[in-house]
Ligand binder design. Sequence first.
Ligand code: AKG
Length: 270
Amino acid sequence: MGSVSTTSEPVLAGSRGFSQEEVRQFEEHGFVIVRGLGSDEFCTRMTQVTREHLDREISPVEFEAEVNYPGAPATLDSPGGRTIRRLKQTHSRDIVFTEWIRSPELLTRLSQLLGPDVVMPLAHHNCVMTKQPQHSSETGWHQDIRYWSFQRPELVSVWLALGSEYPKNGGLWVVPGSHRMAFDRTQFDDAMFFKQDEPRNQPILDTAVPVELNRGDVLFFHCRTLHAASRNENAETKYSVVFTFRSADNPPLPGSRSARSGELLLPRTE
Ligand SMILES: O=C(O)CCC(=O)C(=O)O
């Protein structure tokens, strides 16, 4: 993917990038975790905005009732039907999200994975994922690229945990190395979820690992990495801020949904 800088020297003062080992992990496993990359200040401010926008139901949002996933309320009028699953278009909700996206600690790492010119499509992710205890749903195994259309399936998503994440509160599971596996269409269902009852898929899913995160930890993952998450069985809501990024030379396909929204051209870090 892109050009990979393997230097262990800082690219910008105060913004040390990935180590060579972290870049290797990303390339081999399709994900890497950086502990504490999101500062306490970022997390506090993002959590405040998130809570306020949830309380006031500020559009655009996605309701659990709209996803039709296992555990979701059947309709908006059912009990819990207006439980919000995603605050969409999060970038435009507060300047703190721009500050995070443009922070040297994030951009330096993205440029190591994607090359010097990094672009953030506003069409994909660009959300706060909320997993609320009363009415959360399960997300089946999938690759994010399933509904995205770019010249190459080479995007990186950045998942910032605003609190602890682990299997019991709906934290992610990932299949290491799945971004490099070749699958055929019959391994997926009509909605492009990776079938759990398909004998060829079972040994692959047996290698899945949980992604355990604390507040401020960041998961970088490839758009082909298989991932899934269960419901939140805890009493507290889980919040995760998720954006996705591409290299400037990997544009969306004309006419596709990926090409319909704007994009942010991010500054070079060197
Ligand atoms: O939090 C979850 O349920 C996973 C969400 C997810 O994987 C996605 O929206 O791509």
